[in-house]
Design a protein around this ligand. Structure first.
Ligand code: SF4
Ligand code: SF4
Length: 360
């Protein structure tokens, strides 16, 4: 409906940037809708089965690489970056995370998930951006996305200069690292596009080398079936036995490839309080979290992305981490807590508890 309208693109873009900054975004880009060069990679990734049981990744077929098919009329995609390091993250936050990962009795929750559910934060704010835009240009066709399966977020981010696609497959930026969320607004406005930035991975391979499960099977190629983020969050079933030991104490997501990325010394703190750590998620022991029954899990994770995985997967992940703590020589009541939970557990959890308690 707005294909033919006359726009003062540069002025609109400058306005958009101002509104975006006020909403806590640190960068805005605009991509056209030609993702043709990414199609082959997507088809190849899916045909290798690297998406595991994330059937929704395949469900939209090539619409993922064709924004104008997903949302008819789309001419451009406004891309947005929102930094999520908590405001109180101290200098040397990476070292603190490595230390936590080295303490087997503690629970490691991915940094992005310790605060408010980012889906809600980004969606609301992207919609407000679209509303501001409509106040200036009049009603226009649009749809807002964040972390949404039908959207090739990193490709769009790279195309529009939000960052380059790192060898770990996430977007990263020289002045912002990779600790950020991405959001998109598909629009039917002919906004001016913003250019991509140069890639700066060079000969670095730190993310490939550090990955505990060798999930980055080649530069720019992630086998999600091996990735701890996928296994602890997306995967609904038993954790493959051969990958359990490598999970260590990671019970929700994994940050290792980002922690080791040299560009994350430039990662930025969030401008918003939403991603402040909701304790105890930044400091809990495995035993403390194991003590949450379903009602407490739901109460404690209200408004958090963690709630989406449900109590069953949460307990499954904890059982693996507790087994790893026992294997590291720690007990302090862990074995007893596992044994006490066997009775009445689901088959899935019972099997993970049995693995955790198995003689080593
Ligand atoms: S998130 Fe963890 S498991 Fe997944 S690729 Fe990165 S380092 Fe590997
Ligand atoms: S760790 Fe190195 S190779 Fe991996 S994304 Fe960062 S700069 Fe690129």
């Amino acid at each position: 409906m707005s294909v033919d309208r006359e726009l003062d693109g540069p002025t609109l873009l400058a306005q958009l940037r101002g509104w975006a900054e006020a909403e806590g975004f640190s960068q805005i880009g605009v991509a056209d809708v030609d993702l043709g060069s990414a199609e082959a990679g997507l088809v190849d990734w899916l045909s290798n089965g690297f998406h595991g049981s994330m059937d929704y990744m395949a469900a939209h077929g090539l619409k993922r690489a064709r924004p104008a098919e997903l949302v008819p009329g789309t001419l451009r995609v406004i891309t947005a970056r929102m930094d999520y390091l908590p405001r109180a993250a101290p200098e040397g936050w990476q070292a603190i995370e490595w230390q936590r990962l080295a303490r087997p009795g503690e629970a490691a929750v991915s940094i992005y998930a310790r605060g408010r559910d980012y889906h809600k934060v980004l969606r609301q704010r992207l919609q407000r951006l679209a509303d501001r835009l409509a106040e200036v240009v009049g009603p226009f066709g649009h749809r807002v996305f964040t972390d949404s399966a039908p959207v090739m977020e990193v490709e769009l981010a790279a195309k529009s200069g939000i960052g380059w696609r790192g060898k770990h497959t996430l977007a990263l930026h020289r002045e912002g690292g990779s600790m950020f969320f991405l959001g998109e607004i598909y629009v039917d406005l002919p906004l001016p596009v913003t250019p991509p930035v140069e890639a700066h991975c060079g000969s670095c391979s730190a993310c490939l080398d550090i990955c505990p499960t060798q999930a980055i099977v080649a530069p720019y190629r992630l086998d999600a079936r091996r990735c701890i983020s996928y296994l602890t969050i997306e995967h609904d079933g038993p954790i493959p036995v051969e990958l359990r030991a490598a999970m260590g104490n990671r019970i929700y997501g994994c940050d290792d490839c980002q922690l080791d990325c040299p560009w994350n010394k430039y990662a930025r703190r969030s401008a918003l309080p939403d991603f402040d750590v909701r304790e105890p998620l930044g400091s809990a022991t495995l035993l403390e979290l194991w003590g949450w029954d379903e009602a407490e899990f739901l109460r404690r994770t209200e408004g958090s992305a963690i709630r989406r995985i449900g109590h069953a997967r949460w307990r499954r992940n904890l059982a693996v981490a507790m087994g790893n703590a026992l294997r590291a020589g720690l007990d302090g009541g862990i074995a007893q807590a596992l044994r006490a939970a066997r009775e009445g557990s689901s088959d899935l959890l019972r099997e993970h508890i049995a693995w955790a308690l198995a003689p080593r």
